[in-house]
Design a binder for this molecule. Structure first.
Ligand code: AMP
Ligand code: ZN
Length: 160
């Protein structure tokens, strides 16, 4: 068994719900030392094989991609509530704001900065909203943290 596959298998045995496959740049598995080096040089991105948004990031479910970088992915909401309704998500899977820990602080900020960049490009800076629904009681239906970017129409306050 190639070295990388064997390491993944061991990680899977320790963490059966976590997929340690990297999204891009698969390491060469025919050269064990190169594979090991490549594996340890880059932290694998944790994904959940059953999560809708992880599957969108992997391209298993189609989406209209708006923005992507190493840490963040953004795509149009399938049921838009405003002329601009984009979901900005971390590539690393975690369920939501209340499940986040200190290690997620940076990527949560990155999601918001990506939303600001998209708003600039869409010329909706006169007024837009970034929203995190936290928990079913607030309408969270997908348990992979996502920032809604809503704009392009007047937004009333308080929200419903
Ligand atoms: P929330 O209710 O805050 O968890 O937001 C989940 C959002 O995901 C909703 O606004 C849905 O319309 C959106 N959504 C669900 N499935 C998809 C999909 N396949 N592609 C794009 N957006 C989706
Ligand atoms: Zn996920």
């Amino acid at each position: 068994m190639p070295v990388l596959a064997s390491i993944r298998l061991r990680l899977q045995m320790l963490q059966p719900n976590i997929n340690t496959t990297k999204f891009r740049g698969e390491a060469p598995t025919d050269n064990p030392s190169l594979a090991l080096l490549s594996f340890w040089q880059s932290e694998p991105i944790m994904t959940d094989p059953n999560c809708l948004f992880c599957r969108i990031i992997r391209g298993e479910i189609p989406s209209r991609r708006v923005y992507e970088d190493e840490h963040v992915f953004a795509f149009d909401d399938i049921n838009p509530q405003a002329p601009t309704h984009v979901l900005v998500i971390p590539k690393r899977h975690f369920a939501g704001l209340k499940e986040a820990d200190q290690s997620e602080a940076e990527v949560i900020g990155r999601c918001h900065l990506a939303a600001a960049q998209i708003a600039r490009q869409r010329k909706i800076e006169q007024g837009y909203r970034t929203v995190l629904n936290v928990g079913p009681g607030a309408g969270q239906s997908v348990f992979h943290l996502h920032v809604h970017l809503l704009g392009g129409r007047p937004l009333s306050w308080p929200p419903g």
